[in-house]
Design a protein around this ligand. Structure first.
Ligand code: VG1
Ligand code: CO
Length: 543
């Protein structure tokens, strides 16, 4: 075989963020850009000689080309074998599962997840470890370092692999095993959930709508919901993965999954609605005229997971990212479960799951999952909800009402201010930091500030420390404001403002969240002098 060593030079900015390296597709398509970073991944993990990897992506524009490049580079770097989803497709949770199931040395996932796709939109790449989870900060820093010192990469010259034909192919001496991307994942779901109970509920007339947003979960949802659970054909909409997601923004929230929201608020609404994101790790759950906020979904799952056969013995413990609401903490306290608070990003849950400390994790950003894989998992959450509804014999609205009645309600919302000038967003946070020492005791909007700090996480398993993980202001009644800058965007800065207020009930459980959070929202704007720094106070996206 012909291996070529290509001379290159470091390309600035190849720094992985919250979840891998994300850039404009055009940036990734520049000469050497992808190759440099792939070689940096290989170098950062001690090379791939003799190793087996999983490779796949969410099918967005450039996915197919990138897979071919990675295969040729893996072969040239001495890898023994690569498992690839047919057509180069794998959802993020399915990739995580394949890494674990086949005990491989890790995997490369091509996706910019919830970011739009297409030649003028976003592309991304990340490495997952042999445990199936996203590389921790120590490894992503090593990648960045390797990228910054890059002088050459190795690539095999040859023809493309036919990724449409299932079976073994060769690239030089390396085996490429093209496999059905759906089967193993669907089998795993059958071991966790009571498919008979869900099938009976659906056969009894329970109507489900799944919006795959022209992204990767289409084939998975069709196989599981329609083929295995007997939901009528057409239950899954936007089911064909497209390179540009049909022009949609594949982010399952009330703003971007508007088509689903309209149907769920319509006169002939299904009993249950759900949507997932570009790479299939996010989920949104809705009932007829009921929106379940992700933080509440996590709490409901914690309270009811024992109804699913894979979790019948109860949970080991739970974890949530710091900005996620404390709703799950109340369930954990009631059930005597350990509850961990981690920085934003799924990579921080891996150690806790590997150490057997937690089996359920979640983020406010529509991410929920368990230790069945090491990624958040959109369809897993959908099936967990269907399992819970089937076993309880109740609808989404009834489940939410009884949950709030039992635990109280953590009103919650996230306001995103997008495409800000980096310097202005940073100046806002710097000015806020400077005010922190004087804030405790200060009264604003009729509430007294109890504490103000920047979240710092010390991993209880390996002791690693992650600093600057969110600016938080906590009031004496437990209400909170959290601010941080996004680590997944590709244009300017996105300021995320997380708002939370707890009401114990029985009164006041039924308010509209933006109204219930009114004082907190106003306090966030005034305390940070939002108008002064970024010249606006209205967010682009409210979830
Ligand atoms: C966002 C979310 C975070 C999530 C990350 C990856 O990160 O806030 O909770 O883990 O996206 O999700 P950030 O840094 O932009 O706030 V996915 O589905 O895009 O991999
Ligand atoms: Co995603």
């Amino acid at each position: 075989m012909t291996i070529v060593t290509v001379t290159t030079e470091p390309i600035p900015g190849q720094k992985p963020g919250t979840s891998g390296l994300r850039k404009k597709t055009q940036v990734f398509m520049q000469r050497h850009y992808l190759e440099n970073f792939v070689q940096a991944i290989f170098d950062a993990i001690g090379g791939v000689s003799g190793k087996t990897l999983v490779v796949g992506g969410d099918g967005r524009y450039f996915n197919d080309r990138a897979v071919q490049v990675i295969l040729r580079m893996a072969a040239a770097n001495g890898a023994a074998k690569v498992l690839v989803g047919q057509g180069g497709i794998l959802s993020t949770p399915a990739a995580s599962h394949l890494i674990r199931l086949n005990k491989t040395d890790g995997g490369i996932i091509l996706s910019a997840s919830h970011n739009p796709g297409g030649p003028d939109e976003d592309f991304g790449i990340k490495f997952n470890m042999p445990n199936g989870g996203p590389a921790p900060e120590s490894v992503t820093s090593a990648m960045y370092e390797a990228a910054n010192g890059m002088t050459e990469y190795r690539i095999h010259e040859g023809h493309d692999v036919d990724l449409d034909s299932i079976g073994d192919h060769m690239v030089g001496d390396m085996v490429v095993q093209v496999m059905d991307p759906v089967a193993d994942y669907a089998d795993l779901m059958e071991t966790l959930f009571d498919f008979d109970a869900i099938r009976d509920m659906i056969a009894g007339g329970f109507r489900v709508r799944m919006d795959s947003m022209c992204a990767v979960t289409g084939p998975y949802a069709v196989e599981i919901l329609e083929n295995r659970l007997g939901a009528p054909r057409g239950t899954v909409v936007n089911r064909q993965p497209l390179p540009d997601f049909g022009g949609m923004h594949p982010d399952p929230n009330p703003v971007w999954a508007k088509m689903l929201m309209d149907e769920m608020w319509g006169s002939d609404a299904p009993d249950f609605g759900a949507a997932s994101d570009g790479d299939g790790d996010r989920n949104m759950i809705v009932g007829p005229e009921v929106y379940v906020s992700p933080s509440d979904s996590l709490a409901v799952i914690a309270a009811n997971a024992h109804l699913a056969k894979g979790y019948a013995d109860g949970l080991k413990g739970v974890a949530r990212s710091m900005p996620t609401s404390g709703a799950v903490d109340r369930v954990a306290a009631a059930k005597g479960l350990d509850c961990y608070e981690t920085p934003t990003g799924w990579k921080f849950f891996g150690n806790l799951m590997d150490a057997g400390r937690v089996s359920l994790c979640g983020e406010e950003s529509f991410g929920t999952g368990s230790d069945h894989v090491r990624e958040k998992d959109g369809l897993w959450a959908v099936l967990m909800w269907l399992n819970i509804l089937a076993k309880r014999g109740e609808g989404v609205g009834a489940v939410m009402a009884s949950h709030f009645a039992e635990y109280g309600r953590n009103y919650y919302s996230r306001h995103d201010y997008e495409a800000l000038e980096n310097a202005k967003a940073e100046a806002l946070l710097d000015a806020l930091t400077a005010r922190f020492p004087e804030l405790p005791g200060v009264e604003v909007e009729g509430m007294t500030i109890a504490s103000a700090d920047i979240f710092k996480y010390e991993d209880p398993v390996d002791g690693s420390v992650s600093d600057n993980q969110g600016w938080r202001i906590v009031f004496e009644d437990g209400s909170r404001i959290v601010m941080r800058l996004s680590g997944t965007g590709t244009t300017g800065a996105t300021l995320r403002v997380y708002l939370e207020r707890y009401v114990s009930g029985p009164d006041g459980l039924d308010e509209e969240p933006q109204t219930a959070l009114g004082p907190i929202i106003r306090a966030a704007r005034s305390l940070s002098d939002m108008e002064g720094h970024i010249g606006r106070t209205e967010p682009d996206v409210i979830t």
